[in-house]
Design a protein around this ligand. Structure first.
Ligand code: ZN
Length: 180
C-alpha cells in the first residue's frame, strides 16, 4: 500500500490528492508504480525562461520538471514535485530529488562565474571537484574535456561559444544522473 506524506489534516491536500488520482484514472493511467526518469530545471540556462505547466494538476509555475514514467503507460508525464510524489508514492523522495536539483542549479550558477586559467592560447583550464577541466577553442567550435570524458556538443548542438562550453563542462563534471 502506498503512503502519501501529505499533511492529511489539511482538507485541501486531501482534495488535491483525490483530484490527481482521478485525473490519472480519467486518462486510463495507473495511479501508482510511477518512477522518475529525469528532472529538468527549465531555468538552468536562462533565469527568465517561461515556467512549465504540471500535466497532472495544471499548476503553471513549475520550475523543476519531474519526468514520470510507468511500464504500463504509453508516454511519460511531466509534473511538478508534489504530483511526482503522489505518482511514485513518496512525497519525501520527490522533495529530496527536487532539493538536489536545486542545489545543483546553484552550483551551476556559481560555476559559470568562476575564472578560468588560460594555459595556452587556445586552452582554458580549471579544477572542480578534484577534476581537471579543459576547454579547447578550435577555429569554429569548442571541445570540452573532463577527465576521460569529452564533448564538442551542448544540448545536441555543436559548441560555438565559450558560455556553452562552460555549461557542457559543468554537465560532465557534475552530472545530473547522480540525482535520480
Ligand atoms: Zn501538479
Amino acid at each position: 500500500m502506498n503512503t502519501y506524506h501529505v499533511d492529511t489534516r489539511d482538507k485541501t491536500d486531501k482534495r488535491y490528492l483525490a483530484r490527481c488520482l482521478s485525473q490519472l484514472k480519467s486518462w486510463g493511467a495507473p495511479t501508482d508504480g510511477w518512477y522518475c526518469t529525469e528532472v529538468i530545471d527549465v531555468r538552468e540556462d536562462d533565469p527568465e525562461a517561461p515556467l512549465s505547466e504540471c500535466e497532472l494538476c495544471g499548476c503553471k509555475d513549475v520550475r523543476y520538471e519531474h519526468i514520470m514514467q510507468h511500464d504500463y503507460y504509453f508516454e511519460p508525464v511531466t509534473v511538478g514535485c508534489i504530483c511526482a510524489g503522489i505518482m511514485e508514492g513518496s512525497i519525501l523522495r520527490a522533495r529530496k530529488r527536487e532539493r538536489m536539483l536545486r542545489n545543483r542549479s546553484r552550483r551551476r550558477k556559481n560555476f559559470i562565474k568562476r575564472r578560468w586559467v588560460r594555459s595556452d592560447r587556445n586552452i582554458c583550464y580549471r579544477r572542480y571537484r578534484n577534476q581537471d577541466i579543459y576547454i579547447f577553442e578550435g577555429t569554429r567550435n569548442y571541445t570540452v574535456k573532463v577527465g576521460w570524458y569529452g564533448t564538442s556538443t551542448y544540448k545536441g548542438r555543436p559548441i560555438n561559444n565559450f558560455l556553452s562550453a562552460v555549461y557542457a563542462a559543468f554537465d560532465l563534471a557534475d552530472p545530473k544522473g547522480e540525482i535520480l
